[in-house]
Write a protein that binds this ligand. Structure first.
Ligand SMILES: [Zn+2]
Ligand SMILES: [Zn+2]
Length: 360
């Protein structure tokens, strides 16, 4: 029988467990099953991997939410009572569940990919080694373009065993879990899922002695530094794909860009808007103010007498450039009203009001 893959059961916590409880359970179990403490016990190593996997998903609120959703559809062996029955089962009972349907449940296919190490169908079956990362960049870099360093931890083929998972010189035998097939299937309530065998990791063979470097996984994690080119006008949420920079030199790296807010500028399409405060006298009498453009130039802006709060002035051609078009920069004027007046100021203002026929 395939190992039970319900992550709550793996960690021995109820589905209502808090993140803290999950972490505690993980630490206790990880200690118990750590490969260093259980040399030559492939079952312990496997359990250790399972525990890590379960913790990976359940300690991340976003992944846990998706997992819980998936679990309710009964996709996991040994899932809770919520998984029994055909409630919401596409195709009804007895119909083999097509993994590609998961796309319609809001990105659950991605979860399948992270849990089972493959895509839930779809056109991009070669994306097994895709690595996703997020990087946050300053507003100006996003607007003007530039290069940003990114550090990734990528799986690489273990140099000691060349990916076989066995210690140098060890012998291999047919995997007892999958009988050499390399895959196992499990299913419940009309679901049938095939995934790589967890004991031999899809190889079909197990070494008598696991590799001391990678503990049998055939992979090591290597830190890699990349410099990514940010095109001018990059928007928040943009995903940049770096071909062939990912796992084992063949997968892609997908970088999700988060644009940090700027102290001065905000963005509206290709235009940028900056707020400049002026005082009451500048608004009434007019003034010249110095402002900075996006690329750091200083320009002098003439604010005419009688400028209103919120009025905008355009500095042409100083916005974001994209595909040969360049936006403008707008300066939005905020007129600052003094909160307190001295007796002298009040007298002067009252005199002004009377001369202007202003009621107050
Ligand atoms: Zn196997
Ligand atoms: Zn190795």
């Amino acid at each position: 029988m395939a190992s039970e893959r319900d992550y709550y059961q793996v960690l021995g916590v109820p589905e209502t467990a808090t993140t803290d409880e999950i972490k505690k359970a993980f630490r206790r179990l990880a200690k118990q099953y750590h490969p260093d403490r259980n040399p030559n016990k492939p079952q312990a190593a496997e359990r250790f991997k399972e525990i890590n996997e379960a913790h990976d998903v359940l300690s991340d609120p976003e992944k846990r939410k998706k997992y819980d959703q998936l679990r309710r559809y009964g996709a996991f062996a040994g899932a809770g009572s919520g998984g029994v029955g055909t409630r919401g089962t596409p195709g009804g009972p007895g119909v083999e569940f097509d993994l590609s349907d998961l796309g319609s449940f809001g990105g659950l296919g991605d979860l399948f990919s992270s849990i089972f190490g493959r895509r839930g169908g779809g056109p991009r079956a070669e994306d097994e080694d895709e690595i996703e990362t997020a990087v946050s960049i300053p507003f100006r870099v996003a607007a003007l373009g530039g290069r940003v360093p990114v550090t990734l931890t990528l799986p690489e083929v273990c140099p000691t065993c060349s990916g076989s998972g066995g210690a140098p010189g060890t012998t291999f035998s047919t995997c007892p879990e999958c009988k050499g097939r390399g895959t196992i299937s499990f299913g419940q309530g009309g679901f049938a899922v095939t995934r790589p065998c967890p004991v031999c990791r899809g190889r079909g063979r197990v070494p008598a002695q696991p590799c001391p470097t990678c503990h049998g996984s055939g992979e090591v994690r290597v830190e890699k530094r990349l410099a990514i080119t940010i095109p001018a006008g990059t928007e928040d949420g943009t995903r940049l794909r770096l071909k062939g920079q990912g796992a084992k030199g063949r997968g892609d790296v997908v970088v999700a860009i988060q644009v940090e807010p700027d102290r001065f500028f905000r963005r509206d399409g290709l235009d940028v808007i900056g707020v400049v405060p002026i005082n009451l006298a500048q608004a009434l009498l007019g003034s010249k103010i110095k402002v900075r453009t996006l690329d750091g130039k200083r320009v002098v802006l003439k604010v005419p007498a009688g400028t209103h709060h919120g009025q905008r002035f355009r500095i042409p051609g100083q916005g974001i450039e994209r595909n040969g078009r360049r936006g403008d920069q707008y300066i939005e004027i905020h007129v600052e009203i003094p909160e307190h007046l001295t007796a002298e100021q009040e007298t002067a203002l009252k005199a002004f009001a009377e001369k202007s026929g202003m009621k107050y």
